[in-house]
Structure formats: C-alpha cells, structure tokens
Design a protein around this ligand. Structure first.
Ligand code: DON
Length: 316
C-alpha cells in the first residue's frame, strides 16, 4: 500500500468525496429503533499495521474521522465474530451445519433455505447466523454476551447490548422466526426457536464505535495477531478462511459489485456499519446509516471505495 499522503489527509480527502452521496439511501426501516437513527452520521476509523518489536508482531497507527467514537448498532457485523467463536469452539463441525458459498439472495431470504433442506448457504446470511447462534447455545447460555465480550476484548472496549434495539428487533423478527421455524422443520436447528431468536437479535444489538470495530477486526489483517491485546487471537489459517468468506459472502447479493468497486474482504450491517480488511496492512471501519436496497451503507461503500483507490490496496 504505497501512499504519500498522511492517513489523516487520506481521511480528509474521503470526507470530501463522500459528501454528494448522502441522501441516496435510508436507514433500516424494518427494525423501528434503527429507523430513528440520525441519517447524517458518518464515522470512519483506520488501524494501519506497523512492524512490531518482535518477529511476527505488529504495532498500530490509528486515524479517525467524524463520528468514529460514537457507538452504532453492529447488526450483521457481529456475525463475523460469532462465526470465529463457533469455529474456535466447534471446529470443522460448523461446516456440517452451514455452507461456504455465496447465496446470491438477500440476507433474510427464505425459499432458498427450503430448497436446500434447511442448510444455510453460508454463515453470514441470517439463516447461517441463526445456525451459528444455535451452535453457540450448545456451549454457553448467553451467546450474545459471549459475542459482545469477545468484540469488546478485541476492540479494547467495554461494549453493551442496546436493549431498546434488541427489544425492537425481537418484536419485529417475523422473517427470522420464519427462517428458524423452517430450519426446525428440517431438523437443522437444535434449540428452541425463541431462544435462538433472542440470542441472535441481542447479539445484533451490540453497540460499537468505528474505532473499536477497526481495532476488533485488526487481527484479520495481521495473520491473527492483535496489536491491541498484544497476542495472537486467531490461527493464521482461520484468518485466511474468514477473509475468504468475507470476500465471497460478506455483502450478500451485492458482494460482486462490492468486490468490483472496493476489492476488500468486508462485512456490512443494517446499522450502517461496514468493516473491511486489507490483509497484511490495515483494518477499516465506517458508519453511515443510510442503506442501499441490499442493506449496505451507501456512504460507507463510497468511503471504502475511495480508501481502496487512494491507498491502491484492493486485494484483486
Ligand atoms: O437479522 C436481521 O435482519 C438483522 N439483525 C441483521 C441484518 C443485517 O445487518 C444485514 N446486513 N446488512
């Protein structure tokens, strides 16, 4: 990643470039508490890796923009961390319950799941994430708290679950209940539907800032090493696999155009956040609540596109 500008100059340039793209989308409407979020918010945080003191270790340079320290609803971004936890606890057994292929369908699509007999295409669509919550319920009673604390540990933050967002989603989780019920009929969900729905919706309601999220995702850029907690948190092989899933499935049915425009493994959430990985170099988190029809932040997508262009850091 060759660049002559300072990281702060890069972010200042991005702020100007994204300005015309406000007003092109709208905050998630199907979760009432998210529909009320201030749509003018915009934050961005970059954690850039530097060589550390010892071999294989890294240090970090951070740079932030706008509302980067304001917590927002992580939503589907949490699916990355719940998957990492499930892989740690259950290993390859996870892949007996969910696939690794892009779905080509919206994140909450139902009929593909019926067609494929209750086995979700990948762990990032809602069906797959519900299966992951179901698996985590085998090992802990509150997977949502486990995910919250794991993200907080990696992000050096004390994170909370936004109780009003959680309650709002649990009240309106009709589609997710349909997905979970369908899996129940195929015998691909072990725990009670309502228990899984509650764990999943509460996990999605984890509140995190861009700065904390960029820190939490940094091990995925650093072969599993976290310069924040100063230890290795993932095996390099797991990092490669998670990044492969992000690149192919992280942005649902617009993952192809996202790869075309940005060229980085990334995960979106309907809270308006996107986290992206520049392997070996950096992690980037953006937040802007207005979404496109695929549930991805419009301004966030443009911000990452600008970042990738200015830094010339597409992996493709
Ligand atoms: O299950 C849902 O619908 C939300 N809790 C999460 C969806 C989401 O964030 C999709 N990502 N863009």
């Amino acid at each position: 990643m060759k660049h002559v500008l300072s990281l702060n100059d890069v972010l200042a340039q991005i702020e100007v470039q994204v300005r015309p793209h406000f007003g092109k989308g709208q905050p998630a409407q199907y979760i009432p508490e998210l529909a009320r979020v201030d749509r003018t918010k915009f934050g961005m945080a970059v954690c850039m890796l530097k060589p550390g003191d010892t071999r294989g270790s890294y240090a970090v340079e951070e740079s932030v923009l706008g509302d980067a320290d304001e917590p927002f609803s992580a939503q589907s971004i949490t699916k990355l961390f719940s998957l990492a936890l499930a892989l740690n606890r259950k290993g390859d057994e996870v892949w007996e319950r969910v696939g690794k292929e892009p779905s080509g369908t919206p994140f909450n699509y139902l009929s593909q799941l019926e067609h494929e007999e209750g086995v979700p295409r990948n762990p990032f669509i809602n069906a797959g994430a519900l299966a992951v919550s179901d698996m985590l319920l085998d090992v802990v009673t509150e997977p949502d708290a486990l995910v919250r604390d794991f993200m907080g540990f990696l992000g050096a933050a004390r994170l909370t679950i936004d109780e009003s967002v959680a309650a709002s989603e649990i009240d309106h989780a009709h589609k997710n209940r349909a997905i979970a019920n369908l899996m129940k009929t195929f015998g691909t969900m072990t725990h009670e539907v309502e228990t899984v729905i509650e764990a999943y919706c509460r996990q999605c309601a984890v509140a995190i800032s861009c700065r904390e999220l960029a820190r939490a995702a940094l091990p995925l850029a650093a072969a599993g090493f976290s310069p924040i907690v100063e230890e290795s948190v993932f095996a390099p092989r797991m990092v490669r696999r998670l990044n492969a899933l992000l690149l192919t499935c992280g942005i649902y049915d617009s993952v192809g155009s996202f790869a075309y425009r940005v060229g980085l493994p990334a995960k979106s959430g309907v809270g308006g956040g996107i986290v992206a990985i520049v392997p070996g170099q950096a992690s980037v988190a953006v937040w802007a609540p207005e979404l496109d029809r695929f549930g991805t932040s419009v301004v966030g997508g443009y911000a990452l596109e600008s970042f990738s262009q200015i830094m010339n850091c597409s992996v493709l």
